[in-house]
Design a protein around this ligand. Structure first.
Ligand SMILES: NC(=O)c1ccc[n+]([C@@H]2O[C@H](COP(=O)([O-])OP(=O)(O)OC[C@H]3O[C@@H](n4cnc5c(N)ncnc54)[C@H](OP(=O)(O)O)[C@@H]3O)[C@@H](O)[C@H]2O)c1
Length: 256
């Protein structure tokens, strides 16, 4: 059974991924900052499912700590499923947030998943099998709904996934972008929002089970809250229809 590495496994969506993957029999590498929560989860998963669970305590906003996870991916038992889930938002508006907080958000939401993916994907391609799951957000498609760069970091997870799928799909690597809507986790409290004011909140087990249903179907993009998949398909078709029209040496007529 392939090994899986889950970032942000100490709570919320990541902890449910860890549970569901353990139930499927995967051995796990669990990554987050809270050692006590990782230890409790690992103990519980080993006891309930008889799997192996390693832990790496790492703050993924710190480049040196990301390197420790990269080293584990490159040197231990091969990782065949990478769940890039750890992520956050900031509590203040774009105008008020400190530069250092913005930089940390980009390191957590963008840089860390990029570097972990690069560490894992070469081995997957050479073995001809493997999966990368990138947790984006519907906010990546609806950036007006939030302030600042959170939506942009989540849009990166979508376009990064599409680019990886194009490049590594032929080598046998499956890449899935998961776009949750509002889901009942602590991310809301951490980003200064009152969860009771959020409409259309999905329970985290429903979200992860839907994401895994999309995984099993090898969907490129899974949007659990979207009722009619044809809306996404039309959006993608419109994007792809533009592509042949980008290769023009002259500006479009409306600009001359
Ligand atoms: N909940 C939603 O409504 C929603 C909607 C769309 C997308 N998402 C995305 O879903 C993913 C998971 O979020 P969640 O809702 O489950 O949030 P959460 O409950 O706040 O959990 C976040 C996880 O990431 C870990 N984490 C946070 N900062 C970290 C850091 N600097 N280094 C390492 N690990 C860190 C946390 O563990 P430690 O604190 O122990 O480090 C925790 O395990 C995120 O990428 C988020 O953007 C969530």
């Amino acid at each position: 059974m392939p090994n899986a590495l889950v970032t942000g496994a100490s709570g919320g969506i990541g902890a449910f991924y860890a549970d569901r993957l353990a139930a499927r029999g995967h051995d796990l590498v669990l990554v987050a900052r809270s050692t006590d929560k990782l230890e409790a989860l690992a103990r519980d998963l080993r006891a309930r499912y008889g799997i192996q669970a390693e832990m790496i305590t790492a703050d993924l906003t710190d480049p040196a700590q990301v390197v420790r996870v990269v080293d584990r991916i490159r040197s231990g038992t091969p990782i065949d499923i990478l769940i890039n889930n750890a992520g956050a938002n900031v509590a203040s508006s774009f105008a008020k947030v400190a530069d250092a907080e913005l930089e940390a958000l980009i390191r957590l939401n963008v840089t860390a998943p990029t570097l972990l993916t690069r560490a894992a994907i070469a081995g997957m391609a050479s073995r001809g099998t493997g999966a990368i799951v990138n947790i984006g957000s519907v906010i990546g498609l609806a950036t007006e709904l939030t302030s600042g760069i959170y939506g942009a970091t989540k849009a990166y997870m979508l376009t990064f996934s599409q680019s990886l799928a194009h490049e590594f799909g032929p080598a046998g690597v499956y890449v899935q972008a998961v776009l949750p809507g509002a889901t009942r986790t602590d991310i809301w409290r951490h980003s200064g929002r009152n969860i009771d004011e959020i409409d259309g909140l999905m329970e985290v087990d429903d979200l992860v089970d839907a994401a895994l249903a999309g995984f099993d179907r090898r969907e490129a993009v899974t949007i659990p809250p979207l009722p009619d998949v044809r809306q996404w398909e039309a959006f993608e078709a419109a994007r792809l229809a533009m592509r042949p029209n980008f290769a023009n040496g002259k500006p479009a007529g409306r600009y001359v």
